[in-house]
Design a protein around this ligand. Sequence first.
Ligand code: GAL
Length: 639
Amino acid sequence: MIKEFLIGCCYYPEHWDETNMENDIIRIKDLGFNTVRMGEFSWSIFEKEEGCFDFSLLEKAVRLAEKNNLYVILGTPTAAPPRWLTERYPDVLCKNSDGIVMSHGSRQHHNHTSEVYLRFCARITEEMAKTFSRFKNVIGWQIDNELNCHRNESYAESDDIAFRKWLKDKYGNIEALNQAWGTCFWSLDFNDFSQIECPKRTTTHKNPSLVTDYYLFLSDSVINYAAIQAKIIKKYMPNAFVTHNGYFANLDYKKLTDECLDLLSFDSYPMFFEQKGIANGRQAEYRLAQTRGCSEQFLILEQQSGPGGQLSYLLPTPVPGQIRLWTYQSILHGAVGVLYFRYRTALFGAEQLWYGIYDHDGEENYRSREIRQITEEIRRVGNVFLKERKHADVAIYNDYHNDCRRKSEPFFEDDSRLIFNTLNGKNVSTDIVYNLDDLEKYKVIIIPHIAIADEMFEQKLQKFADNGGVVIISAKSGTKDKNANYLPIKNPGWFRNLTGCYVDWFTALPDHTKQFVEMDNKRYPAEIYCETLQIEGSSAVGYYTEGFCRDKIAMAKKGNVYYLGFFCKNSADVYYDIIAKHVNIATPLDKNLEEFALGNYKMYLNHGDAAVKCSGYDLLCEKSFTEIPAYGVVMIGRE
Ligand code: GAL
């Protein structure tokens, strides 16, 4: 689909004096870019009054881009409905779970289910697609912008109506729903679909099946919203790609990608994680792996290019080298194009503090110089990154249905991100997979607390294990049905035969309860919840060390299949040490150095703030090196 590496930035012609437009586009080209993204928030300009369309400003920008040999990716403007629309049709606004309306004045204040809103979105998309289908340099479309970014739940009247319809389609009649949800518990039986509402605030815990279905529904309603736009764009521009920029909660990105998109995209802001106290830009790599799991080729539609801020906060400024480092981070984790957010910092509006490549003054700075270096390198070696990357040996399984189930039973925290970060941080390249259909290419599959499973799921794992694959299954897996109800079987449910063990006792581990597991004379923390195991066809490979559980079995192994009867909260080293028994892992030269094999090349990314001793000839800078500087990136030929 993408045949040439795309490198560019986001540009908002409506934010600048029209007389500067040509100069802006020339300067964008001069940065070494080949692509520009525009249009995604300009609805009030495109349709100033209901039904009066005017795309002339954007047409002028697209024409100038064409003149300067720039590809264009256009965004549909539906993340920012204009005032005339919300004033005349207030039902399009979304409500929070307390029924409070999100008023006009920011963005993403609409719901995804209002028939009126869907109609207006379809119309603006159609007018836009019709208009811009004339331009050959428009190569792709972004639907909406960051669906579910500012709010990922909605409780408007239209959501209740759509939820009822969704349930009726799913269950057919109310008796079937009552049965599936176990509504006889706490007298929650319904007589009719019309009595059901999206799960608003209640005195205490809600029915978990209802909650699970609500989150499945939320995702489907967003996918339906996106699908309407995708279909229209494809009608007018069948050769342009359709994408969307993730990654946020309550949306099944795999389904979104499969049903509506040619490829998924991701917006990478590594500094956000520093704001959350995790001083390590590598945290973005989990999201990159999730995106890659949905979409073999993907783009970064927004790559952080300056200090970010939104009036109430300001993130630290990337130090020299960091923008380049993050760019290669995105690329080496699979991106086939990177667009920086944004060309120049806005002088007004809610994101005056969100800095782009250029500051408010628009003059050259250290960031624009760094970007020029990147684009010059990409010009020389960019096509290497389009070639197939070496796939990972290890995969972590995840699926949206189990995510929804976790919402209904949040006590059992998901530790898959921790497992990913531990492995990835130690140079074990790791994928996220959303189904078990393509496991042959992996050596290890991790099934982290996947409660909803079935016989077919178990059989696929068995086949993988029979063919020599390593399977690691962890506590509370395999015991729930699709409605988030427990099955009348012992843990680990569907996986009892596969793992050769069962759970005979368990306990919660509140923060003050210390528990450890010992394997090969090494101790690992067990957290949140732990199970003691009985062996039936497997052997014990790990034991608890404390209190009542002391000397009881924590980990079992049957052939290549491991069962870990506990959760991790602070350290997932146990997963690394199990994998290291089966897969050759090269010890990184330094803990901050990320290493990639790429066809005939090898690349090193130094995420640390100190230089790492290492020598060779760097193909990016075209000179020999004896150390990789702080935040440095080098590319060498493979022996
Ligand atoms: C993204 C969003 C952009 C801009 C940027 C900086 O989440 O897509 O429109 O808001 O963040 O805040």
